[in-house]
Design a protein around this ligand. Sequence first.
Ligand SMILES: NC(=O)c1ccc[n+]([C@@H]2O[C@H](COP(=O)([O-])OP(=O)(O)OC[C@H]3O[C@@H](n4cnc5c(N)ncnc54)[C@H](O)[C@@H]3O)[C@@H](O)[C@H]2O)c1
Ligand SMILES: O=C(O)[C@H](O)COP(=O)(O)O
Length: 628
Amino acid sequence: MAASSSSSSSIKPIFTTRSKSSNSSKSSLLSFLHNTKPKPISLKFSSHNSNYTTPPSFTISNSLQTALETSELHVSKFQDDLNVQAVTPKPTILVSEKLGEAGLAILRSFGNVECLYDLSPEALCEKISQCDALIVRSGTKVTRSVFEAANGKLKVVGRAGVGIDNVDLQAATEFGCLVVNAPIANTVAAAEHGIALLASMARNVSQADASIKAGKWLRSKYVGVSLVGKTLAVMGFGKVGSEVARRAKGLGMNVIAHDPYAPADKARAVGVELVSFDQALATADFISLHMPLNPTTSKIFNDETFAKMKKGVRIVNVARGGVIDEEALVRALDSGVVAQAALDVFTEEPPAKDSKLVQHENVTVTPHLGASTKEAQEGVAIEIAEAVVGALRGELSATAINAPMVPSEVLSELAPYVVLAKKLGRLAVQLVSGGSGIKSVKLIYRSARDPDDLDTRILRAMITKGIIEPISASFINLVNADFTAKQKGLRISEERVVADSSPEFPIDSIQVQLSNVDSKFAAAVSENGEISIEGKVKFGIPHLTRVGSFGVDASLEGNLILCRQVDQPGMIGKVGNILGEHNVNVNFMSVGRTFRRNHGIMAIGVDEEPNQDSLKEIGKVHFVARIL
Ligand SMILES: NC(=O)c1ccc[n+]([C@@H]2O[C@H](COP(=O)([O-])OP(=O)(O)OC[C@H]3O[C@@H](n4cnc5c(N)ncnc54)[C@H](O)[C@@H]3O)[C@@H](O)[C@H]2O)c1
Ligand SMILES: O=C(O)[C@H](O)COP(=O)(O)O
C-alpha cells in the first residue's frame, strides 16, 4: 500500500462514531423504556437463537451522551447467578386499590410496596413522584395531572383488570409511561355476573328480596319472564361477551351478537350469528353490553338507539356505565321501551344516592362487582403483578396497552436485531449535517420470512428511538418513540423485501434511508441521493454492511471511524500508523470500494476513542482526505 504525497486536500475527512464501552453498566430494556440515568437491570432472553453459543443474557446499556452505543451486547456467563434485585435499587410500587395477596407477594419480593387506598386526586399526585409503578383498579383516575406530577419517575401503570378507560393513555404515552393491564383473569367472573344479573332481573330477585325483607309477600307482583327461547343480543363479542353467549346458549336462549371487529368464524364456533347494530337492537328481547368505553362507544345507547329497540327489551350492563346515556335510559324505562335494566357499572361511581336510575323500581343494581370473585381477584392480582414486575425488569409485556406487545419467544429471536436497529438509527442521525432537519425515514427489512411471521414494530420503534433521541430534548423510549417522531413531523415508512435466503433467521438486513437531507459524510449518500446505511447481525453481533453505495463489514462494537479514501496501496498502513502513534488500538479495518483504485470508504474499529489531533492527522493523509 502506498500513500501519495501530493497535496491539495481539504481537511474535513473524518467521521467518527463513538461508543461507550460499558461492560460494567448493567442497564436494560427498561432504560430503553424509561430513559433516566441508566439503571443497572439485566435483560434476559431465552436461548433458542442458534446464533448464540451460551444461553444469552444481554446487557443493553443506554447512554444519552454516547453517539453510537457499542459494546452493549455481551453474553453473560453468570446469567443464572444474576440476582436482578441485587443489582437494582428496589423500585417503589404504589398500589392504590385493594389487590389480592398473591399479587402483593410477587410485588413485595421485587420492590417496596405501598398500599394506600382511597387517596384523593391531590394526594395521589403528591405521592406519585416517589413511585416507579402504580397499580390501580377502576376506582383510581390516572389523569394527565398524575403523569405531570410524576416528573418522569413513573415508569409503568398496571391496571388490575381489563378496562383502561380510567387511565389517560395519551398522557401516559406522551410521558413515556408504559400501561399494562390484566385482561384475562376476570373474564369468567364478569360473564358469570352478567348471567346472574340477567336471570335475577328476569325473575325480579332483588326487588322480591327487598320486599320480603320489608315484611311483604307479593307473589303476583313479581311474576317474571322466561329466558328460554328468547333472543339475547351480545353487544361486544370479546372475551366476556363470548363467555356470556356460551352460557346463555346453555340456558336455551337464541344468541346473536354485534361486534364490528369480531371475526365471523369465532362467533360461528359458539353458534352465534353476528348482526348489525340496528339488527341487534330491533330483534333482541335481552341486550347484554360488553364493549369497552371509548370515544366511539360513549353513550352509544341513547334516546335515538333506545327508540330502535323492541318495546319491553331488558338490558344488562357489566361493561361500563358510560356506554349508556343514563338520563335517556330513565326515559326509556319510564316509557316502557325498556322493561328492565340490570346495571353493575355507572357513569359516576359510586352513583349519586338520589340517582333516578338507581332508584328506579325496574332497575337492579350492583356496585361494580363483575370482577369481584375471590378467584378472579387472586388471578388478576397475579396477572398484573407479573406484568408490572416484568416491565420494571425491562421485559416487554404481552399486555402492554401503549407499546408493541412482543411475545417473549419473538423478542428472544429479535433481540440482536433490536440492538442493530437502535445502532443503525443512532448512526444514521449522526450522518446528517447539522443544518438539515430529518423529515422522512424509510426502513427496509430484507427477510426470507413470510410478512405475517415477522413483527417489525419493535425494530421500527428502536430505529425511531435511535434517530430522534439525539435530536430531542425529552427522553425517548419504546412507548413514546412513534408519538415523538410524529410530533417532530418525521414520516417513517417501512418496506419488506423478500430475501432469497433461509427463513431460519428472521432478518437478513435492515436498511435505514433518510431522504431530503444533507450529509456530513458524502460517501453515505447513495446514488438516489438519500443517506443510506445497512446492517446485518452476524453471529449475534450487529454489523454495518453498507454505507451509501459502499459495501463494508464493520462490527458495530467499540468506536468506529469512517473515512472516505481513494483505493490504493498504503492507505491502511498510513492511517494505522497515525492511530498507533496516538496509542489508539485498531481492532479491525474494512475497506469498501465501488471498483479497483477508485473511491472507497474505510471503516476502522478502534478500542480507544481517537482524539481530535489523531483525526486531524488522518485527514492530512492525502488520499484519505482529498475527495471529501
Ligand atoms: N363489570 C366488571 O367488573 C367488568 C369486568 C370485566 C370486564 N368489564 C368490562 O367489560 C368490557 C369487555 O371486556 P372484555 O374483557 O370482554 O374486553 P375485550 O376487549 O375482550 O372485548 C371487547 C369487545 O368489544 C368490541 N367492540 C369494540 N367496539 C365495539 C362497538 N362499538 N360495538 C360492539 N362491540 C365493540 C371489541 O371488538 C371486542 O371484541 C370492558 O369494558 C371491560 O372493562 C367489566
Ligand atoms: O374492567 C375491569 O376489569 C372491571 O371493570 C373490573 O374493575 P375492578 O378492578 O375495579 O373491579
